[in-house]
Design a protein. Structure first.
Ligand code: FAD
Length: 632
């Protein structure tokens, strides 16, 4: 049999972004022998790219903020499709997780009186994002890595071995989860540099693999976000919830072509940037939906006053949730009022002095100067929507993050679903990673502690994983995997993108079937050493299955809500608000199955945090009757 490097751990964490690192720290602190595996270099997860900040209702800048207001904003942003319990836990625990980061050594920007500073962001009622300029993710990752190193130093002091309880395997891609009956027994993967195979025997696995952005053509996501965790969970018998909800961030770079899709942080708008079309019109005033009418300014004068007097004025419409702004930009460009390169203008130069822009938005300043030769302190940026985040993900128990249907499997961060409903608010991901990463690590440890015997890895499963991995290398004259990947991305971009309609989605689904056929015959030229073509060939299976989940669910959900806009069903529907769409894989059959599942019912005490008039925009009369019969 092929040579395989073998390891044994209590908890294997797949992914070294914020969610994975926080989970690993927790599992290790509870005495688990823990491995962290990541596809790219340690420190190069998406989390490091996060710019704007982490949302937590600490009330440092406006003392009216508290967890209840954050919970309300999150549910509103997700258009009431969020799992209420996840949104509640997140809002309650986020402040503790941010303060805890400071005990690990993080240093956030401060207010004048020395508290952690918090900035405005779309959909958040009060300034709420703890930040470090526009490089918050870097500080988060730096701090979590530092904590890991300090735990390893403890182990060196106590046991003479840095890696006794915590080891990082970087540039290793997990391609298969292994099971013993219904229970997880380990993971199989390959090293990206020399192509050697690795087997991890472990009773608990935490998936923290991030998003699926690379299934679309224009994306802020980097090469490694191919929906691996989503696909691994499906193949292990887990389920995905609401995969139709994909967030198109309103502001990505549109020019030059080589950088198309790279993110322009929402902080630009939070710090006063305005959006205009080719006629110079500040168009967002024309796109305030009814459900938000009473919360957003209807004139430029009021919007401008809000920056200095937020208590007595309504917010500028540029700070509407991302789905609204992305659709508005899309409409302006389609109506022929776009910028020369197919976007709109975003201008902060008339709002803030040049020094202040360079201080508050250093990465944006450099990004535009170096990549597009645009000086954002003096001229507007050209921006347009870019695929950014997936709200859908692995269906989990909200408290423990245990994956539904697979014992020993846990998921946290972007790869898990439910928390953000149909649309994520900016800043809610970084706090989600910390809150649910910690929970996943803790419950994985509890699960392992409670086990009577360790599950075993079956040789036949390992052999199957090896032969799948080697197949593209042994095929001759097969198709180029990059071409299949490109065609897949184009299909999703054009047919299941920001605005969707039934015939186009159906077209995408039949193209995906053909692409699945093509993917099964791709060949990778060369051997196992440093062979990115081989890696793309292996990623295709995951990209295809997540793309199919998105498309199938998008076809079934006949309404428009958050990150899912149907041209043929432009309204939100009370019927669909009560339903989650659950994707699974049928045994031994290609293709994804989707079924409807009722949403969990929100308890009355949480419903009571909202005005009845607001709830009536989302909930049915029957749902509202609970409120009528409860004490006011
Ligand atoms: P990631 O940080 O994406 O990490 C995933 C990890 O999984 C990586 O280590 C990867 O190598 C590994 N992995 C993937 N597949 C495999 C595999 N098969 N085998 C082994 N390892 C694997 N959110 C906010 O809240 N605030 C912001 O300001 C913000 N700004 C953003 C800016 C940009 C440019 C981007 C792209 C996103 C931003 N987000 C922001 C979103 C947020 O950063 C991400 O949602 C979040 O970081 C995801 O964290 P994660 O821990 O779930 O996964």
């Amino acid at each position: 049999m092929t040579n395989i490097e073998k390891h044994s751990y209590d908890v294997v964490v797949i992914g070294a972004g914020g969610a994975g690192l926080r989970a690993a720290i927790e599992a290790r602190q509870q005495g688990m022998r823990t491995a962290i595996i990541c596809k790219s270099l340690f420190g190069k997860a998406h989390t490091v790219m996060a710019e704007g900040g982490a949302a937590a209702a600490m009330g440092n800048v406006n003392s009216k903020d508290n967890w209840q207001v954050h919970f309300r904003d999150t549910m509103r942003g997700g258009k009431f499709l969020n799992h209420w319990r996840m949104a509640e836990l997140h809002a309650r625990e986020a402040p503790q997780r941010i303060w805890e980061l400071e005990t690990y050594g993080a240093l956030f920007d401060r207010t004048k009186d020395g508290k952690i500073s918090q900035r405005n962001f779309g959909g958040h009622e009060y300034p709420r994002l703890a930040h470090v300029g526009d490089r918050t993710g870097l500080e988060l990752i730096r701090t979590l890595q530092q904590k890991i190193v300090s735990l390893q130093q403890d182990d060196q002091r106590e046991h003479g071995d840095f890696e006794k309880y915590l080891r990082v395997f970087h540039e290793v891609t997990v391609s298969e989860l292994l099971k013993d009956g219904d229970r997880i027994s380990g993971a199989f993967g390959y090293a990206r540099d020399d192509g050697r195979f690795l087997l991890f025997e472990a009773p608990a696995v935490v998936l923290a693999t991030g998003g699926i952005g690379k299934s679309f053509q224009v994306t802020s996501n980097s090469w490694e976000y191919t929906g691996d965790g989503h696909a691994l969970a499906l193949r292990a018998g887990g389920t995905l919830v609401n995969m139709e909800f994909v967030q198109f961030h309103p502001t990505g770079m549109v020019w030059p072509p080589s950088v198309k899709g790279i993110l322009v942080t929402e902080s630009v708008r939070g710090d006063g940037g305005v959006l205009t079309n080719s006629e110079g019109k500040r168009f967002m005033f024309d796109y305030i939906p009814d459900v938000f009418k009473d919360k957003y300014a209807t004139s430029e004068e009021e919007a401008d006053r809000w920056y200095t007097d937020a208590d007595n004025n309504r917010r500028p419409p540029e700070l509407l949730p991302r789905d609204e702004v992305a659709r508005a930009i899309n409409s302006e460009v389609k109506a022929g009022r776009g910028s020369p390169h197919g976007g709109v203008y975003l201008d902060v130069s008339k709002r803030l002095p040049a020094d202040e822009i360079r201080r508050r938005l250093p990465s944006m300043y450099h990004q535009f100067k170096e990549l597009a030769d645009v000086d954002i302190t003096a001229e507007p940026m050209e921006v347009g929507p870019t695929c950014h985040y997936v709200m859908g993900g692995i269906e989990v128990d909200p408290d423990s993050q245990a994956a539904v249907g697979v014992s020993g499997l846990f998921a946290a961060g972007e790869v898990s679903g439910g928390m953000h409903g149909s649309n994520r608010l900016g800043g809610n991901s970084l706090s989600d990673l910390l809150v649910f990463g910690r929970r996943a690590g803790s419950y994985a440890a509890e699960y392992v502690t409670g086990l009577e015997g360790r599950p075993s890895v079956l040789d036949s499963d390992v052999e199957a994983a090896v032969s799948f991995a080697l197949a593209p290398l042994s095929r001759e004259d097969g198709e180029n995997p990059y071409q299949v990947q490109l065609d897949l991305q184009k299909t999703m971009h054009e047919l299941v993108g920001i605005i969707r309609k039934a015939p186009e989605i159906e077209n995408a689904l039949s193209t995906l079937v053909a692409l699945r056929e093509r993917a099964s015959t791709v060949s990778a030229v060369g051997g196992r050493t440093y062979n990115p073509g081989w890696h793309v060939a292996l990623d295709l299976r995951n990209l295809l299955v997540v793309a199919e989940c998105v498309a199938r669910a998008a076809l079934i959900r006949e309404e428009s809500r958050g990150g899912h806009t149907r041209d043929d069903f432009p309204e939100m529907s009370a019927h669909w608000r009560q339903r989650n769409l659950i994707c699974s894989l049928a045994k031994d059959e290609p293709g994804v199955t989707v079924r409807e599942q009722p949403l969990p019912t929100m308890p009355v005490e949480l419903l009571s945090l909202f005005e009845r008039t607001e709830l009536s925009k989302y909930l049915t009369d029957e749902e509202l009757s609970v409120l009528a019969s409860s004490p006011e």
